[in-house]
Design a protein around this ligand. Sequence first.
Ligand SMILES: Nc1ncnc2c1ncn2[C@@H]1O[C@H](COP(=O)(O)OP(=O)(O)O)[C@@H](O)[C@H]1O
Ligand SMILES: [Mg+2]
Length: 459
Amino acid sequence: MADIPPYFNIDPDGALAALGAPTTTADFAAIASACEAGRDDLASRGLEDGTKRKLRPFSTWEITRYLIPVAPGHFRRVLKAHPELPQGQSETAGGAKWFTLQEVLTLRAHFAAQGAKTKNYQPYRPAGQPAKIVSVANFKGGVGKTSTAAHLAMSAALDGYKVLVVDLDSQGSMTSVFGGSVADEWQTVFPLIARHYAKHLQTENQRRVDRSEAPLPLDDTLDQALDTRTQDLIQTTHWPNIDLIGAQLNLYWAEFQIPVWRMQGRGWKLWDALSDIWDQDGVLDDYDIIFLDTPPALGYLTINGLAAADILLVPLGASFLEFDSTGRFFDMLHATFGSIEESENMAARALGRDGLNFEWDAVRAVITRYDDTQQAELAGLMQAYLGPVLSPHRQGFTALIGQAGEQVQGIYEADYRDFNRETYVRGRETFDATYAAFKQLLIGAWRRDALDDQTQAAE
Ligand SMILES: Nc1ncnc2c1ncn2[C@@H]1O[C@H](COP(=O)(O)OP(=O)(O)O)[C@@H](O)[C@H]1O
Ligand SMILES: [Mg+2]
């Protein structure tokens, strides 16, 4: 007799016997503590993820191929002529030389000062322009938001930019990529948003006092937030030029707290919170690029992150489901920001003030995990409909991600000697090209700002 499918002939009493008692809230505690015990067991076996990370060294091959535009022979001659420069370490006598990223940055600065003037050894940022804020967002999970943001941050760091990575996802994936440790919501962006609200409340209270009304009290949270500066929250990472503001589960509390504040302080412009605070704290001068990784939801944190952004990247796979849900994501962006503008502009018109118009330097959808043997047709169709909104480069699916081992979180952290050379070169090429497409936007946006400032100064 042929086997029948396993969903036939299920006996109700047998199913009941296998079901067990109903689950209660208390059972969640038992499940959570079982997970914690298992986690501790794994940690004790050295499989833990959160141990302090160390960035691998970079070889002369990699430096001259990917990082500093000089020929290997010339690179060696320059090092020989300048014994004061980092000389690298070799594993065997006369073997290949390896350098830390800090040493690579020192060498880059040397070439920038001494090398051919026709080459761009240092990446472009016009003097006097603030950092660009880049949000990577899509309300669908698993589309490559964190991978894209993390790789862009690392590419930008290898390119010589000073980078701040901000995790707005309470799942904290980005935080673990950069080995961050976050005890509670006070080490996330939460106090910054709270501070922005507390300042609003103080201004509002001044008005109340002027009108002989009773001021609204500032609770302990708001009091404490008033003393928090962004610099208190920033952690260094194993990358010398990438810093982090991390996240952990408690950050989710913001999704409940922000609407309460917004109810109380109707005039609070919560969407300005992050950009205002970073401007006030000088963060936009301290860094070149700030990358925000967002949760898979269009909640208050995402809205904050999107509103703060100069450049918005929306990753999606070339599949029907992801294309469809990304379309709805843009629909929700339109509805959300449209309704904020509408209500603000009504108030602004009544007061004879300037209205609010959100504006981004660039918004691009980015195809991720692309497989050209299966997805070329769909990607072509997406290209036809989205036109220039779709970034021309499709980020290829690569085996280098996800299999690179416990301590390594992406292509740029992997040692190329652990892979087949061709797999490495292809995987690296596709992420380098993702970065190149992004850098084109970044530089164009900075250039536009710089030219606008020049025009204004001339007027
Ligand atoms: N280019 C890629 N090639 C192969 N796997 C990828 C690629 N980009 C992302 N992934 C994998 O896809 C999964 C989801 O990616 P992730 O960046 O965590 O998405 P999100 O942040 O949107 O939830 C992860 O397992 C990640 O390793
Ligand atoms: Mg993510």
